[in-house]
Design a protein around this ligand. Structure first.
Ligand SMILES: C[S@@+](CC[C@H](N)C(=O)[O-])C[C@H]1O[C@@H](n2cnc3c(N)ncnc32)[C@H](O)[C@@H]1O
Length: 236
């Protein structure tokens, strides 16, 4: 089965020694793919809506894994008992929704030895939520996915007990910059951000509105940071 780079990266990050809870599984691709990779721990897959869950059930059957995934309807971590939440995956939702899901059941989130979180939006807010609540972000990856012709960037955060990343104010927005040595995708992401900020700043240049000027100055600081990061990656 061909799966997207986003989902493949998530599958590769799953710890095969921990039980897996896939919150908001939708199509059920992740459970099927981990089973294809000889994963033999318990898998629970949930969704707030019964419809996607029955879609996941059919997909699991089609792949001859009937009975191998415990499917449960419900919101966030509600359908899970605390001692089942070894490894939590929440992917393909907004960063604020992911933070809300964790906040509503903080004891379960804290019990997990590993969480893999893939926000579609508001990654800065999710990073802040995690840090403010004493979670340790050990990996913070950007991937470039151009499967749908349009290039898209996805953030994937891994929370566990490995060494945590020290975030400065700009890293909270754009992700840690130490990954520049290993990731071409991160370089492309930074370049995309530089282009976006240059356009935004240009569109604000003639304004004498106080708030616009303040925002423009902030964007100029961000742009300076991004250019420095980009320049430092040139030889990588
Ligand atoms: C865009 S899909 C993402 C599917 C898959 N996780 C992925 O990354 O490709 C989001 C899924 O999350 C489900 N969902 C939304 N809010 C939820 C919540 N509070 N608890 C559980 N599932 C939720 C939706 O019904 C939908 O099936």
């Amino acid at each position: 089965m061909m799966i997207s780079k986003r989902l493949q990266t998530i599958v590769d990050l799953i710890d095969k020694d921990l039980n897996l809870v896939d919150i908001g599984t939708d199509h059920g691709i992740v459970p099927v793919e981990v089973l294809n990779n000889n994963y033999n721990k318990k898998i629970i897959a949930t969704d707030i809506n019964p419809k996607p869950l029955s879609r996941a059930e059919s997909f699991i059957k089609q792949n001859n894994f009937e009975g191998k995934v415990d499917l449960r309807v419900g919101s966030g971590l509600k359908p899970i008992n605390i001692n089942e939440a070894d490894q939590i995956l929440v992917a393909g939702m907004g960063g604020e929704l992911i933070a809300d899901i964790l906040k509503s059941d903080l004891d379960k989130a804290k019990y997990a030895k590993q969480m893999i979180l893939q926000p579609m939006t508001k990654v800065e807010e999710l990073r802040k939520f995690l840090i403010d609540n004493g979670f340790n972000i050990s990996k913070d990856i950007v991937i470039e996915d151009n499967q749908s012709k349009q290039i898209r960037y996805f953030h994937i955060l891994v929370v566990n007990n490995d060494k945590g990343i020290d975030y400065g104010p700009f890293e909270l927005i754009f992700g840690p910059t130490d990954q520049i040595n290993i990731s071409q995708d991160y370089k492309h992401y930074i370049k995309r951000k530089i282009d976006q900020y240059e356009k935004r700043i240009a569109s604000m240049n003639n304004s004498d509105n106080f708030n616009t000027i303040r925002r423009r100055l902030e964007y100029e600081r961000r742009l300076k940071f991004l250019i420095e990061v980009y320049e430092s990656t040139k030889n990588c």
